[in-house]
Design a protein around this ligand. Structure first.
Ligand SMILES: C[S@@+](CC[C@H](N)C(=O)[O-])C[C@H]1O[C@@H](n2cnc3c(N)ncnc32)[C@H](O)[C@@H]1O
Length: 264
C-alpha cells in the first residue's frame, strides 16, 4: 500500500506544480495561513518570528517552503524521494533555506523528541493510510516531536460531507480543470473515484496534455480512505494530543478543514 502511495507521488512529482493554477502564489498563501494557525495557538510574541516547524508530509513544500520563506526553521519530510528532490530544486531556485528529507510519518524518531513548536501534515496526507492504528501512530509521532505546549496541524478533505451521503450517491468525479501555463502545453486534469464496499476508494488522476494532433492522456492511481472528523479527533486524543479542535475554511482561510491540537 505504501509502495503504491510512494510510486504515485514519485510519478506525479514532475507534474505536481502544474496541478495548481499558480503554485508559487499558493505556496505564499499557505505559508501565511499556516503561520496564522500556529500563532492562533501559540501567540504572536518575539518567538513567533522564527518557529521550529516539522512538516511530516511536506511533498514539494507547498506549506514548508511558504513557512521557511517567512523566516521559520523548517524540516520537511516525505515518503516520496521524487517529491523531496523537486522540493529541493524549487527551494534552491527561490533561494529559500530549509531541510527536506525522505521519511515516513508513521515512524517516530528519537532525534525529533520535544524539539518542535509545530508539527504539520497538510493537504490530505493522512487519508492515504489504511488503518486507524497507522493514523494513531502518526499522531503519536507528531506528539513526540512537539515541545510541551507545541501545536499539531492536520488538514484533510471535507470527508464528512462525503460520508453523509448514501454510498450510491458518493462523488465519483472531481471536475475538469484547465491549466494554462505561461510556457508549455495546455493541460486538462480530472479525478475519478472508485469506491470499495466501505469508505475506501481508488482515485484515478487523469491528465491530458495538448500535443500536435491530439490530447494524449496519462492516468495515475492512488488509494484513499474517507475519514470523518470524529474519527480523526478520537485518534488524536487516543495518541495523547489535547485541546483537539477543527477549524473550517471560513474560519481559518485554509482550503480544507484543519485539525488543531496541542501537546499538554
Ligand atoms: C497531496 S500531497 C501534499 C504534500 C504537501 N503537504 C503539499 O501540500 O504540497 C500528500 C503527500 O503525503 C505524502 N505521504 C503519503 N503517505 C506518507 C507517509 N506515510 N509518510 C510521509 N509522507 C507521506 C505523499 O508522498 C505526498 O507528498
Amino acid at each position: 500500500m505504501n509502495d503504491d502511495t510512494r510510486d504515485f507521488y514519485d510519478a506525479l512529482a514532475p507534474d505536481y506544480v502544474g496541478l495548481f493554477p499558480d503554485w508559487e502564489a499558493s505556496m505564499t498563501r499557505h505559508g501565511e495561513v499556516v503561520e496564522a494557525l500556529i500563532d492562533g495557538a501559540l501567540g504572536t510574541g518575539e518567538a513567533a518570528r522564527a518557529r521550529l516547524v516539522l512538516d511530516v508530509s511536506s511533498g514539494i513544500g507547498t506549506q514548508a517552503l511558504g513557512l521557511a520563506r517567512r523566516g521559520h526553521q523548517v524540516l520537511g519530510r516525505d515518503l516520496s524521494p521524487e517529491m523531496i528532490a523537486r522540493g529541493r530544486d524549487v527551494a534552491a531556485r527561490l533561494g529559500v533555506a530549509l531541510t527536506l528529507e525522505v521519511g515516513d510519518m508513521r515512524r517516530a524518531r528519537a532525534e525529533d523528541a520535544g524539539r518542535h513548536d509545530a508539527v504539520i501534515a497538510m493537504d490530505n496526507s493522512l487519508p492515504h493510510l489504511d488503518r486507524d492504528e497507522e493514523i494513531e501512530q502518526v499522531f503519536r509521532s507528531m506528539l513526540l516531536a512537539l515541545r510541551p505546549g507545541g501545536v499539531a496541524l492536520v488538514s484533510t478533505r471535507d470527508y464528512d460531507s462525503v460520508l453523509a451521503r448514501p454510498p450510491a450517491q458518493r462523488p465519483r468525479f472531481d471536475p475538469l480543470r484547465l491549466h494554462t501555463p505561461p510556457a508549455g502545453p495546455r493541460r486538462i486534469s480530472f479525478q475519478l473515484w472508485d469506491w470499495d464496499d466501505d469508505d475506501r476508494y481508488t482515485l484515478h488522476l487523469v491528465m491530458l496534455d495538448e500535443r500536435e494532433g491530439g490530447w494524449p492522456s496519462v492516468t495515475r492511481r492512488a488509494r484513499y480512505r474517507a475519514i470523518s472528523r470524529a474519527t480523526l479527533t478520537r485518534l488524536a486524543r487516543a495518541a495523547g494530543l489535547r485541546e483537539v479542535e477543527w477549524l473550517m475554511p471560513s474560519e481559518s482561510g485554509f482550503f480544507q478543514p484543519v485539525l488543531r491540537a496541542r501537546r499538554a
